[in-house]
Write a protein that binds this ligand. Structure first.
Ligand code: NOJ
Length: 539
């Protein structure tokens, strides 16, 4: 992956750190920056190129930090700004780039802007930074339109006016503690331009943009006509102007800083518009993440992805898991291996062994595809979704707002096991209970237990990431399908000397001609590749 320094992101392996659950340095049960700093050598050794941090800003944690109360500081339970600066410096010293989350669609209800807006009352400049509207009905007792929160329930909440009377409503596409900002207001543009510079000036190499498609709302805030059709708050043309402004800021730094967008969009052509040369550098490819473990479907997604990215000359990205979705070891062990927010298939029967076998093959597939790749903390340990969390420990607003109809995302956010035979498994050294309970059977999943075990998921990731650095064909570059293999087998070369073969056919297949097996997701059967396995070949 011999990338030029200025285009490192085109083929980077980026490790996602959900700070709260990664490592707990001060031993209070919540992960923090001290914990991350102590584990930087682990990440360097793993072989990743960059870290993406979920929001690390001060926050009441109504939505795990996606409810930001100050964009220019660090959540006190995570550490301090000075510590973040040290962390950035230490990571850079180890050759690791830093990407942080920016949350421009909404802030926290305790952000000073929102507090001021509620206090200032109707028709104030303060309210114009948000979406305040009078309600419908005789006494304004009904929400201004029919928009639904993505976390369930109405997207509107009514405030009490300073004089104590029932007042206006404000828009929140997520929880009622996450008021949407009004991007028609130039003050909002100026504020975020300044926040970008604040962090770029502190050495941050890039931003992951939360809800990147959602910032602009349709004039007049019309009702949603068809919930499965075009939404008046997603992917409006005006949003591109924002990213053109942002791109100029990133490009004003000599060592080019980057953006990755979070957009779940059905249309690959609309998706690619965000990746035009004067907008974002890359975006998460959720079609791949949602795709079932099926050779035909996966090949279609890979082809559609590459076809959509080519005209704008943007690199594709490949993601299997993140802090919002069911961990893929669990998904791949089910009858229905796809992912959808509409149905998390909570506690569907899961064959853990099969899921892990497929996850190992999927790792080699993903790490061999052209472009960048994201690894969600714990994925390299083969962690599965924790599905038996008691209701009372669940914190996700999705769970709360749907009254449990959607079980939510806590199950993929359980703190990482590092060492030892029982919880907290080295997450901290004080023995304090982690903020979400860890399963009793994670002793064999720890970093310590998997290290030097050649059959472990961790050593597979380590080997694959090491090869990603030495195999110049990996990362950014072309892909050529190899078609003379049986149905159900995905095989492609990256150049004349490297090929990846993934067997989803249900039975063993003979490997194509090759010089050497560089890496296999499990033991081969002579020269045959068993089902649900993958290999990297020297050809
Ligand atoms: C997407 C983030 O990944 C998710 O965790 C968050 O809840 C929503 N955006 C709202 O910020």
């Amino acid at each position: 992956m011999a990338q030029q320094e200025s285009t490192w992101w085109r083929g980077a392996a980026i490790y996602q750190v959900y700070v709260r659950s990664f490592a707990d340095g001060d031993g209070d049960g919540t992960g923090d920056l001290a914990g991350v700093r102590s584990r930087l050598p682990y990440l360097a050794e793993l072989g990743i190129d960059a870290i993406w941090f979920n929001p690390w800003y001060p926050s009441p944690m109504d939505d795990g930090g996606y409810d930001v109360s100050d964009y220019r500081d660090i959540e006190p339970s995570f550490g301090s700004l000075a510590e973040a600066e040290k962390l950035i410096e230490e990571a850079h010293h180890l050759g690791i780039k830093i990407i942080i989350d920016i949350v421009p669609n909404h802030c926290s209800d305790v952000h000073p802007w929102f507090v001021a807006a509620v206090a200032a009352g109707r028709d104030s400049l303060e309210r114009q930074r948000f979406w305040f509207r009078d309600g419908l009905g005789e006494n304004g007792e009904l929400p201004p339109n029919n928009w639904q929160s993505r976390f369930g329930g109405s997207a509107w909440t009514r405030v009490t006016e300073p004089d104590g009377s029932p007042g206006q409503w404000f828009l929140h596409l997520y929880s009622s503690r996450q008021p949407d900002l009004n991007w028609r207001n130039p003050a909002v543009h100026a504020e975020f331009a300044d926040v970008l510079r604040f962090w770029f000036n502190r050495g941050v190499d890039g931003f992951r943009i939360d809800v990147a498609d959602g910032l602009v709302k349709e004039d007049g805030l019309p009702d949603v006509a068809d919930p499965n059709g075009r939404l008046p708050y997603s992917d409006l043309d005006g949003v591109h102007e924002i990213y053109r402004e942002w791109r100029k800021i990133a490009d004003s730094y000599p060592d080019k800083r980057v953006f990755v967008g979070e957009m779940w969009l059905p249309d690959p052509l609309r998706f690619a518009m965000y990746l035009r040369p004067d907008e974002l550098h890359s975006a998460f490819n959720f079609d791949f993440l949602s795709c079932p473990w099926d050779a035909t479907r996966l090949r279609e997604v890979v082809d559609a992805t590459l076809a959509a990215h080519a005209p704008v000359n943007a690199p594709a990205t490949w993601v299997l898991s993140n802090h919002d979705v069911t961990r893929h070891v669990t998904r791949y062990g089910r009858t229905d291996t796809s992912f959808s927010f509409a149905d998390r298939q909570h506690q569907a029967p899961t064959d853990r062994t099969l899921g892990e076998r497929r996850a190992r093959a999927a790792a080699l597939l993903t790490l061999a595809l052209p472009g960048g790749v994201y690894i969600y903390q714990g994925e390299e340990l083969g962690l599965s979704e924790v599905e038996d969390l008691p209701d009372e420990v669940r914190e996700d607003p999705v769970f709360k707002r749907t009254k449990g109809a959607d079980i939510g995302r806590d199950g993929c956010r359980v703190p990482v096991p590092w060492s030892g035979a029982e919880s907290p498994y080295g997450f901290n050294t004080t023995g304090a209970a982690p903020w979400l309970p860890q399963p009793a059977n994670w002793a064999s999943a720890t970093v310590e237990a998997q290290t030097d075990d050649p059959s472990s998921m961790l050593e597979l990731y380590r080997s694959a990431l090491r090869l990603r650095h030495t195999e110049t064909a990996l990362g950014d570059g072309p892909l050529l399908w190899l078609d003379d293999l049986p149905a159900g087998v995905l095989a492609f070369s990256r150049d004349s000397s490297f090929a990846c073969v993934v067997n989803l056919s249900g039975s063993a297949v003979a490997l194509p001609p090759h010089l050497e097996v560089l890496l296999a997701s499990g033991p081969l059967d002579g020269t045959d590749l068993p089902s649900d396995m993958a290999v990297w070949l020297r050809t």
